[in-house]
Design a protein around this ligand. Structure first.
Ligand SMILES: [Zn+2]
Length: 413
């Protein structure tokens, strides 16, 4: 008798437990209702191998110095690639570049700043100044590469290319996602700025997939003449800032220059091996705690809005970047986004802070003949890929993305 009663009680308790467990689990049809995150789906289209292959392809044009045949060939190649990705509405900005005459007497060597650097940054640790850009061909030991880089820059006409994902419901507003395609230093400009150019091209490819729709427009721009003083980006601003948001022709629903909502520049995305040691040497390995540095300029007119924009990128990094975090700093400087910072919220993404870290020679390949594809490892390339995941995630949210029949994913700008 006693035995049977215990068994019956056990059965009741077991039955009750099972009911409770079932009650806590979503019903199968409920679980099926949670739609997949369309942005995660998009981000999964990025791959380390594709990103590396695009950088490698850019290095076929050597250091891509502005005003040379190799630079013009690179612009042609980038445009053909963008079209092949489905970003078919490519346009070119035309301008003339006349380099300033060299000073009559050479400038005295710059004093080594001890405390404050470019953009209002503050140096920490031992001082190891960033050397001047290399201009000596003989510092490139690879004869073939030296030959490829040997054509000199000539003054005159310049071109740069961009293409645009047209917004489905707000074609009159856009985000600008950019990098500079020119380089210098007698290497391959693999990191500066093949890494940023490849990132922008990869994003153009993903956002141009036929199943992807965005509410707002996104322009993918590859500036020229960054290394000579940002003339490509500055000319774009000068030529087009007053065209923003104007429908042309009237009634056509077309906006040649949608209103600028934000500008995001990518420049040197691969190398974060940490602070140089007291002897000036830099670690051979990517540091495990490497990060993407999102910078805005605290002294710019749109500092507050740019900081908010940077915050959205940091959150997108946490959601979509697989390996490396992002940190925000207030000293954006020496990059194409400078031209936009007093007109709209503008930020830049980099491997290190431009003022205090690059300025303290954290990247010994900067503008040197050693900026070669072969000098970076997968741990380096992965930092650039994570920056691509970060920008893709943030811009997809900001522009309001929809993939296939997925709901629109967005946060209001
Ligand atoms: Zn650069």
């Amino acid at each position: 008798m006693r035995c049977k009663a215990v068994t019956a009680l056990c059965r009741t308790v077991l039955c009750l437990c099972a009911t409770l467990v079932r009650a806590q689990q979503p019903a199968p049809q409920e679980a099926a209702k949670t739609p997949p995150d369309p942005i995660a789906t998009l981000a999964s289209g990025l791959s380390l191998e594709r990103y590396k292959a695009t950088i490698k392809s850019l290095t076929q044009f050597g250091d891509r110095v502005q005003g040379t045949d190799r630079n013009r060939a690179a612009v042609d190649w980038i445009e053909a690639q963008l079209k092949s990705y489905g970003c078919t509405n490519t346009e070119r900005l035309h301008y003339d570049y006349q380099p300033p005459a060299p000073p009559a007497t050479p400038a005295p060597p710059r004093p080594v700043p001890q405390v404050f650097g470019l953009g209002g940054s503050r140096f920490r640790g031992p001082r190891t100044p960033d050397p001047p850009p290399n201009t000596d061909p003989m510092k490139q030991p690879d004869v073939k590469l030296r030959e490829l880089n040997s054509g000199a820059s000539t003054p005159g006409p310049r071109e740069e290319v961009f293409c645009t994902k047209i917004g489905a419901t707000h074609p009159d507003e856009m985000y600008i996602v950019s990098a500079h395609m020119d380089g210098r230093g007698w290497g391959e400009a693999a990191n500066d700025d093949g890494s940023g150019t490849a990132l922008v091209m990869e994003l153009a490819r993903i956002f141009s997939l036929p199943e992807v729709q965005t509410e707002r427009s996104i322009r993918f721009a590859l500036w020229n003449n960054e290394e000579s003083g940002h003339q490509g980006a500055r000319t774009y601003v000068a030529q087009r800032k007053d065209l923003q948001g104007k429908e042309s022709p009237a009634g056509s629903g077309q906006y040649p220059e949608p209103k600028w909502l934000g500008m995001i520049q990518h420049d040197m995305m691969l190398f974060d091996h940490g602070m140089p040691g007291k002897d000036g040497s830099v670690s051979k390995e990517q540091r495990p705690e490497a990060d993407i540095n999102i910078e805005y300029q605290a002294s710019s007119k749109f500092a507050g809005a740019a900081l908010l924009l940077a915050g959205k990128f940091q959150l997108a990094n946490e959601k979509y970047a697989a390996d490396y975090p992002a940190n925000i700093g207030p000293h954006m400087t020496n990059t194409d986004s400078d031209a936009f910072q007093d007109l709209i919220p503008a930020i830049s993404l980099r491997e290190a802070e431009r003022g205090a870290q690059m300025g303290n020679n954290w990247d010994p390949h900067h503008h040197q003949p050693t900026d070669l594809y072969a000098n970076f490892t997968d741990d380096d390339f992965r930092l650039g890929l994570n920056a691509a995941q970060t920008t893709l995630g943030a811009v997809a949210e900001l522009a309001g993305v929809k993939v296939g029949s997925s709901p629109v994913s967005r946060s209001e700008p």
